[in-house]
Design a protein around this ligand. Structure first.
Ligand SMILES: *Cc1c(COP(=O)(O)O)cnc(C)c1O
Length: 405
């Protein structure tokens, strides 16, 4: 076993060697521009792009013509939301999204607010989920877009996209889902799931960084977008710029592998995820589960360890690369906006750890991770006056810390 152990698969994933092999020819002899129509170099590149389009479309139940390549999910999110706002803004100015979305969605929504759009930010429930009923209540006559993620990147909670999509379809509102964490991890079918637009990113599914795509429905309904990048009119005019052929070939291969191994890999990751939780909670008390037990990603486990400081915990478990909902690990001073939106409380947010289980995770790694977490939490709690009070049966919520009246 190699240390440190990578358990941050929601942040990014390593490139699968099979994906790398599929990319290499397009860095070497087959380096053509997919837009070059007059010679074999261009034709080879175009063929690689066409193959990738088919592989991606197959994984999500789309038609290859509905795939628009981008530099990743962030760009695809910008294109979907701004593209719809620009195209349908005369029809209505209201957009519905959620407080626990990825910053790419939230910041794009804020941008649109500055341009005169009105955005409803739904609060998720305490498990991180938005119900179709909550969406129904938020819809208005002038709503043009609902933007809700499929799987949350911090807690792994899945939204009921099929129901939300059906509701939007019925009400004539476009439905965009950020499926960056869902595609390749759970079954996704844009037809059955009633999706109009969907984004995905190669580096979250064992492909390269800097490439992704937006699925844009072509019929029932035909979604129209105003391009956000002007240039040569590539990608049916929706996204100009020379295509990243090696990256796109890698994304295609990454999708093909995910499709082939989906069921088996889901089962494997669920088993390892549950094993990790069991190994931690059987030896530690006061461990809090963040997320939804019923509707969740296979490879994501988010736990809080109250009475322990998040930063000390992260530093302590130095054999394991994970992320925390604590403030100190990110550029912002606030604890995770996702855990805040779920109203889990700052104490729990600050001591939360996201464990990501992925394609390369082994049982041995899970064992080692669990052992180190248990050891470090026990050690830190021995130093914690709060934890001592809890053991003595004092209800911390009743303590008057300031000593006043
Ligand atoms: C990683 C991620 C993004 C951003 O994707 P990039 O391709 O890195 O721009 C957006 N949404 C979610 C849910 C993510 O996990």
């Amino acid at each position: 076993m190699k240390l440190p152990i990578y358990m941050d698969y929601q942040a990014t994933t390593p490139v699968d060697p099979r994906v790398l092999d599929a990319m290499l020819p397009y860095f070497k002899g087959e380096f053509g521009n997919a837009a070059s129509r007059s010679h074999p170099f261009g034709w080879q590149a175009e063929k690689a792009v066409d193959t990738a389009r088919e592989e991606i479309a197959s994984l999500i139940g789309a038609s290859p013509k509905e795939i628009v390549f981008t530099s990743g999910s962030t760009e695809a999110i910008n294109l979907a939301m701004k593209g719809v706002a620009d195209m349908y803004g005369a029809k209505g100015k209201h957009i519905v999204t959620c407080e626990s979305e990825h910053k790419a969605v939230l910041d794009t929504a804020k941008h649109l607010e500055k341009e005169g759009f009105e955005v409803t930010y739904l609060a998720p429930d305490i498990t991180g989920r938005v119900t179709a009923e909550a969406v129904a209540e938020a819809l208005r006559e002038d709503t043009i877009l609902v933007a809700l993620m499929w799987a949350n990147n911090e807690v792994g909670t899945l939204n009921p996209v099929r129901e939300i999509g059906a509701l939007c379809r019925e009400r004539g509102v476009l439905f965009f889902t950020d499926a960056t964490q869902a595609v390749g991890k759970i079954p996704v079918d844009v037809e059955a799931d009633n999706i109009d637009m969907l984004c995905l990113s190669a580096h979250k599914i064992y492909g390269p960084k800097g490439v992704g795509c937006l699925y844009v429905r072509r019929r029932k309904p035909r979604v129209r977008l105003v391009a956000q990048m002007d240039g040569g009119g590539h990608e049916r005019g929706m996204r100009s710029g020379t295509l990243n052929v090696p990256g796109i070939a890698g994304l295609g291969k990454a999708c093909a592998i995910c499709e082939e191994e989906l069921t088996e890999e889901m089962e494997r990751e669920i088993r390892l995820r549950d094993l990790l939780e069991e190994k931690v909670t059987s030896r530690l008390d006061h461990v809090h589960f963040n997320g939804n037990r019923e509707h969740r990603l296979p490879g994501c486990l988010n736990l809080s360890f109250p009475y322990v400081e998040g930063e000390s915990l992260l530093m302590g478990i130095s054999d394991v690369a994970v992320s925390s909902g604590s403030a100190c690990t990110s550029a912002s001073l606030e604890p995770s906006h996702v855990l805040r939106a779920m109203a889990v409380g700052d104490e729990l947010a600050h001591s939360s750890i996201r464990f990501g289980i992925g394609r390369n995770t082994t049982e041995e790694e899970i064992e080692h991770c669990a052992n180190q977490v248990v050891e470090v939490v026990k050690r830190l709690r021995e130093l914690s006056p709060l934890y001592e009070m809890v053991l003595e049966g004092i209800d911390l919520s009743t303590v008057n810390w300031a000593g006043g009246h």
